[in-house]
Write a protein that binds this ligand. Structure first.
Ligand code: GCU
Length: 327
């Protein structure tokens, strides 16, 4: 080897070492149940890129969409025992794993999107993310999932129209109670089973945000979306406590920073994609959007607040704090 070549080899070797300031890299697998076209997938790709950058290449996050690694429930169980590093779940689903998340499923809790963001970023929101540490997972950040409304093969204009209908809900006791009070028959099902369940009439209706109509194609089988907007339930990015505890503090910081930034990325993506979803559902899929008087819906679910006060005063206090912190 000539001196020239040797010098070149040494230089490139130094440059490569120089790229990474530490001697290890870890790959974290992240599971979620939405498709690659969903804004939350794009927000998490952004998070992965930022996490790699802030950790100087230590953190590599590999995202598995479409419930490839299991339903939200299954993924959360894997996260709890450390077999899976991360998952994107939803506060309604998490209620069965850590009860503080139940607060977010209380109907008509948030006045609007700005107040919703204010609470999520406040001390209250950040404490809820930490509350599940001993349950085997830690919340890293929240993602916008719009507001949830009922949709079906027939128009729903008031709670009376829900009477006797089989309505798919998330596996969440709060969602079950809400639908009962509105007069429907709640049927908990995993998200991935819902399209077929609607198509085959296993359920008559569901409730979700507008992207469910387009990205998950529910608008093909349910042509009426009633804008009752009964809840704003955030998605939640979680990491296994076991995995988190093994990360050096500098990488924990990098990951939290990337996660927080991806929440704001999602805010922008959501605003654009939710509008697109409404247009597509209306214009290409023939879904009718129905304006409803929310008052009778609100009235029907009010007993949930009294019930919570009686059954779980501590959690009621949290809900009350969330209500009072809004303008
Ligand atoms: C939302 C949320 C999903 C969840 C779904 C559901 O779309 O983003 O995480 O699974 O609701 O209704 O199950």
């Amino acid at each position: 080897m000539t001196t020239h070549k040797l010098m070149f080899k040494l230089l490139t070797a130094t440059a490569l070492v120089g790229l990474s300031t530490s001697s290890y890299a870890i790959t974290l697998k992240l599971s979620h149940n939405q498709s690659r076209n969903h804004p939350v997938h794009k927000a998490m790709l952004y998070m992965a890129k930022e996490a790699a950058k802030y950790s100087d290449g230590d953190l590599k996050i590999r995202i598995y969409p479409n419930a490839q690694l299991g339903t939200q429930r299954e993924s959360l169980e894997l996260v709890q025992n450390g077999a899976l590093a991360m998952a994107k779940s939803n506060a309604a689903e998490l209620e069965s794993f850590d009860k503080e998340y139940k607060a977010f499923s209380m109907p008509y809790l948030f006045k609007n999107r700005e107040e919703f963001y204010k609470i999520l970023q406040s001390k209250i929101g950040q404490e809820i993310l930490q509350s599940s540490k001993s349950e085997g997972f830690i919340g890293l950040t929240y993602y916008d999932a719009g507001s949830r409304s009922f949709y079906a093969k027939k128009p729903i204009r008031s709670p009376a129209d829900l009477k006797g209908m089989k309505i798919r809900v998330q596996p969440s006791p709060t969602a079950v109670r809400m639908v009962q009070l509105l007069g429907g028959n709640p049927t908990p099902l995993a998200f991935g089973e819902l399209y077929t369940a609607l198509q085959q009439g296993v359920v008559d209706a569901a409730e979700n945000n507008v992207t469910a109509l387009t990205i998950s194609r529910h608008g093909e089988v349910a042509k009426y979306y009633s804008m009752d907007e009964h809840a704003m339930i955030p998605d939640v990015l979680v990491i296994s406590t076991k995995v988190w505890n093994k990360l050096p503090p500098k990488d924990q910081k990098a990951l939290k920073k990337a996660a927080d930034e991806s929440m704001m990325k999602m805010k922008t993506l959501w605003a654009v994609d939710a509008k697109k979803a409404i247009n597509k559902a209306k214009n290409s899929m023939g879904v009718k959007f129905i304006k409803v008087d929310k008052a009778p819906f609100k009235k029907a679910v009010q007993p949930m607040y009294q019930e919570l006060k009686q059954n779980d005063p501590k959690l009621y206090k949290l809900v009350d704090q969330i209500e009072k912190a809004q303008q």
